[in-house]
Design a protein around this ligand. Structure first.
Ligand code: UFG
Length: 333
């Protein structure tokens, strides 16, 4: 059985679908701080399989030990974390408390329960604003520009240090920009309140929940002046987690960082234009000043994932955008 922390969240829920499709049993721990129970019901509807589930906060170690006693856990995929870059700047302690303490507890738990297979949800934010793109796993890890970003960098360091003192196999998956939704339209990115990320904002403008998309900066040194990102379909990303769990079964006993992207950079305007093309809906947008902390351009060299995990992204930008739109249309409120 695989323990998926934060399994009701955006990437977690898609990953569980792929785990179940590959006949893994799944135990979810989530406190629903930024997710809903309905996501777990949707997963069961999509797969026709059931999942075990514990509602709890991972900062409570004793409860973690107590509640998981009866489950035979082979591996852990640790998603549970706060993820808003902007919020983390205003509430740094909230981010360090949750993201770091949860990780420490889950690593103590791994040791206590003799689990040797660990997958960590990291981010390309560890590369900061890179001088050379695409970034490889050997590119420099930067200082971190927000408490959120730092919590990922520190998280990776904690895993490395722990691995030097205790034997287990770990993969730090460094995601680029996950977008899109499951083909069923039943699970997807559903931020509460005003979206920070580009795609949910675009789909909310398209459906009429928001009036205008603000494009942050049109004067970057990029082909059309807007930022470049490596957008990756969340279903592709989810499948990489299953491959990582399978790879760790070889007991390599190391910590391996792996980029997960497509290797292509797309600009904000390209996203808007492609969205308009696939949905035939015009997006009302305005080019505004730059957003503080935005990296002008980043995309990944994703050859290591292919070499080690046998995984590479399959789905196109059109797939990403049409599935995101399909999900938005299915959201009830
Ligand atoms: N953008 C807009 N308008 C919006 C929202 C975003 O123009 O309303 C632009 C941003 O300026 C950026 C691009 O769209 O150029 C993507 O922005 P997102 O907020 O969707 O994603 P980021 O690249 O800023 O952040 C993502 C993850 C973070 C992670 C970071 C690492 O959300 O968790 O990548 O670079 F830390």
């Amino acid at each position: 059985m695989i323990l998926v922390t934060g399994g009701a969240g955006y990437i977690g829920s898609h990953t569980i679908v792929e785990l179940l499709n590959k006949n893994f049993e799944v135990l979810v721990i989530d406190n629903f701080s930024n997710s809903e129970l309905s996501a777990l019901n949707s997963i069961e509807k999509i797969t026709g399989k059931s999942i075990s589930f514990i509602e709890m906060d991972l900062r409570n170690y004793d409860l973690l030990i107590e509640k998981t006693k009866e489950f035979d856990i082979e591996g852990i995929i640790h998603f549970a974390a706060y993820k808003s870059v902007g919020e983390s700047v205003f509430e740094p302690l909230k981010y360090y408390d949750n993201n770091i303490n949860s990780l420490i507890n889950i690593l103590n738990f791994l040791k206590e329960r003799s689990i040797s297979n660990f997958v960590f949800s990291s981010s390309c934010t560890v590369y900061g604003s890179p001088e050379i793109i695409p970034v490889t796993e050997k590119s420099e890890v930067k200082k971190g520009e927000s408490p959120y970003g730092k919590s990922k960098i520190i998280g990776e360091e904690i895993i490395n240090d722990f691995n030097a003192s205790h034997t287990f196999s770990a993969i730090n998956l460094r995601y680029f920009n996950p977008i899109g939704a499951h083909s069923s339209g039943l699970i997807g990115d559903k931020p509460s309140g005003k979206p920070n990320n580009l795609l949910p904002f675009v789909t909310q403008v398209a459906i009429g929940k928001r009036e205008v998309l603000s494009i942050f900066g049109g004067d970057y040194d990029t082909p059309d002046g807007t930022c470049l990102r490596d957008y990756i379909h969340v279903t592709d990303l989810a499948k990489a987690h299953v491959s990582a769990i399978e790879y760790n079964r070889k007991n390599h006993n190391k910590v391996i960082p792996i980029n997960l992207g497509t290797g292509n950079g797309s600009s904000v305007l390209e996203i808007v234009n492609t969205f308009e093309k696939v949905t035939k809906i015009k997006i009302n947008f305005k080019i505004n000043p730059r957003r503080k902390g935005d990296v002008p351009a980043i995309f990944g060299d994703c050859s290591l994932s292919k070499k080690l995990l046998g995984w590479e992204a399959q789905l196109s930008l059109e797939d990403m955008l049409s599935s995101a739109w399909n999900f938005e249309k299915n959201i009830k409120n």
